[in-house]
Design a protein around this ligand. Structure first.
Ligand code: ADP
Length: 639
């Protein structure tokens, strides 16, 4: 039997072919990466724009603060050069200056008091402070040489100057405005320099108070104010040592500057640029640790030549952009999952529909096959019925033929016996004839008594003749086989009776041995008699030329039920060839006309019909031995 393969599910593509799938995966991955990247960049740009706006606004505020704090005194030096006391002091020869100084000092003090500034002073053309608003303090500036200050050097050459500086006396930072004082009487020659110092303490306080990281750098790139304060006096770019020394001396009252560099270039920072502060800057300096990216936005303050730079930490932007990219990915993932879900659903629906169709198709196929098989089966049943009835008919024919054969065999036996019977009947017949003639004579003589006696003897003789004929008649009768409980002894007697003449003539000794149990078997009396007649006839034939003629009947009960009847003779026995073919139809060793070779075949068929059998073998004394096996009667027939 070959195993049937399930039919391939047609029309349900389980998946895309492998190369297409790989391509689809790569494309999907690319889309994901692009989407995440775009989301990241968009979020970053928006956040940076927002940051730039906020920083720009902050720059405005800071610029306004610086303007108000630092440049509000810018016009004061112009007023000083108009003051007569100051002019008198500057015009007077050196030895008379001491006399003119107090008036100028007072004027400057009053002016300063009105302005609320830290200091106003006047320098001679050599750079020494001749008069100062702080003259009343012990640590005043009077006599101090400020010739090295850039603002002085510019002003004494006739150019107004302004810049950040630290004074050498109090070491206070400030913003200095310097203006040359010209004398009309000397043909507008520069006779001194008027200087106003703007304090930046307030600015410094406000600067440090604000949260946003920011620095103010001067035109040399030195950080003047910083939040975080650690960066004060650092330089934007590394500067050569000698210029740093010069700057320190001239502008910063010896304060070391440019020791550390922020190492950033601010080109284009007006519009905002991304800078990365160097790693070597201290990591723990809040809020601007080194090594991180920042958005730097700067603005030039034309009034002061300063530049404000604001830094905004870009890390939250990166985190936010990363979050947005992740959210985009998640949204895309959800979309993809959703799409997959719907695709899967539709595919499932498709495959369910396909499965339903397949089921329907196979159902139809099954129905068709069942119909076909049913048709075949009913055909087979019809032909079987036909065959059965043919067989029955054949069996009937066979049985009829068998009956005919049995009958023919019987008639053959009867024919064989005809001589003996004739002989048997001729004696009483002759006696009857004589007795009846005598009876007629006695009647004629009037001796009715003797005539009657003779007739009575005739009657007895006819009865005797009937006794001879009647078993023969019942044997020769054509009767259907009907099983019944049969007494084996009676059957043997009936058969022997038929051979009475032959047995006597051949002087055969008949031995009968019966077991203790009653020998009753399940068979047809007439048929069993037929079998025994066959066996006895054959035995008599076999013993014909033998000196000792003995016929034995032994009946024994079989272990499993039923009886075994052995018929043995002292005949010539079987040759090996005869023993091999005994039961074959038409096997005979007898002369033509003496035997047909059907007796044993018919006998065995008869016994087998009743559930018995016929076996053949040599007899212990040398002759032949046949054993008839028959079943016992069924239990219901015995009760
Ligand atoms: P038939 O008697 O017409 O030959 P059977 O079928 O009765 O046919 O017997 C077949 C043969 O079996 C006989 O020809 C004979 O050779 C052999 N046979 C039968 N019975 C005996 C017997 N008792 N002893 C020896 N041979 C026998």
């Amino acid at each position: 039997m070959t195993a049937e393969r399930p039919p391939a599910a047609e029309g349900i593509p389980s998946s895309l072919p492998r190369p297409h799938r790989a391509l689809g995966l790569a494309l999907g991955l690319l889309i994901f990466i692009l989407a995440a990247f775009s989301a990241y960049r968009l979020s970053e740009r928006v956040a940076i724009d927002r940051m730039r706006q906020a920083a720009s606004h902050q720059l405005d505020v800071l610029a306004a603060a610086i303007d108000s704090e630092v440049t509000r005194h810018a016009s004061i030096p112009a007023a000083i050069q108009l003051n007569q006391e100051v002019l008198a002091l500057l015009r007077s020869p050196p030895e008379q200056r001491a006399a003119a100084q107090p008036a100028a000092n007072r004027f400057l003090q009053q002016l300063n008091d009105n302005l609320g500034g830290p200091a106003i002073f006047v320098l001679d053309t050599r750079g020494r402070v001749l008069a100062s608003s702080d003259w009343i303090f012990s640590d005043n500036l009077l006599g101090v040489d400020l010739a090295y200050m850039p603002f002085f050097q510019a002003a004494v050459r006739g150019t107004p100057a302004r810049h950040y500086a630290i004074d050498p006396v109090r070491r206070e930072p400030g913003y200095y405005f310097a203006l040359p004082i010209r004398d009309e009487q000397r043909g507008w020659a520069v006779i001194g320099v008027a200087v106003v110092k703007s304090g930046i303490r307030e600015l410094e306080r406000r600067w440090l108070a604000q949260e946003a990281p920011a620095v103010i750098v001067d035109n040399n790139g030195i950080v003047l104010l910083a939040s975080p304060p650690e960066w004060r006096y650092a330089s934007l770019q590394p500067l050569p040592g000698e210029s740093l020394v010069g700057l320190s001396r001239e502008q910063f009252g010896g304060q070391a500057v440019g020791r550390q560099s922020l190492d950033i270039a601010l080109d284009g920072a007006d519009a905002g640029i991304v800078v990365r502060l160097p790693k070597h800057l201290r990591e723990d300096v809040a809020p601007l640790p080194g090594g991180k990216p920042y958005l730097a936005l700067s603005r030039n303050l034309p009034e002061t030549a300063w530049r404000i730079v604001i830094f905004a930490d870009l890390r939250p932007v990166a985190v936010q952009a990363g979050t947005h990219a992740a959210l985009t990915l998640a949204a895309l993932g959800c979309l993809l999952l959703g799409a997959l879900y719907f695709k899967q659903r539709s595919r499932l629906a498709d495959s369910r529909e396909e499965a339903r169709r397949l089921l329907e198709r196979s159902h139809q196929e099954l129905e068709r096959k069942v119909e076909e098989r049913t048709h075949d089966l009913s055909n087979a049943v019809t032909s079987l019925q036909r065959e059965v009835s043919e067989r029955q008919r054949a069996e009937q024919t066979l049985r009829a033929a068998q009956d005919e054969l049995v009958q023919a065999a019987k008639l053959a036996v009867v024919g064989q016996m005809a001589t003996g019977i004739t002989h048997e009947l001729s004696q009483p017949l002759g006696a009857i004839r004589t007795l009846s003639e005598n009876a007629a004579e006695f009647m004629r003589r009037g001796d009715a008594e003797t005539a009657a006696r003779n007739l009575a003897i005739v009657g007895q003789l006819t009865e005797q003749m009937g006794g001879i004929i009647s078993p023969l008649k019942s044997f020769a009768r054509k009767s259907p086989a009907r099983p019944a409980a049969v007494d084996i002894g009676h059957a043997i007697d009936a058969a022997l009776f038929l051979f009475d003449q032959r047995l006597k003539k051949a002087a055969v000794t008949v031995n009968r041995e019966f077991g203790p149990k009653s020998a009753i078997a399940w068979c047809d009396q007439n048929r069993l008699q037929q079998v025994q007649v066959n066996l006895i006839g054959n035995a008599l034939d076999a013993m014909a030329g033998q000196p000792v003629r003995q016929l034995g009947f032994t009946v024994t009960a079989r272990d499993g039920g039923g009886i075994a009847l052995a018929v043995s003779d002292s005949g010539e026995g079987f040759s090996d060839e005869a023993l091999a073919h005994l039961f074959e139809p038409f096997f005979t060793t007898k002369q033509p006309g003496e035997g047909l070779g059907l007796g044993l075949t018919i006998s065995r068929d008869i016994l087998r019909d009743f559930g018995g059998d016929l076996l053949a073998g040599p007899a212990p004394g040398g002759g032949a031995r046949f054993v008839i096996l028959l079943p016992e009667p069924p239990s219901e027939s015995r009760s």
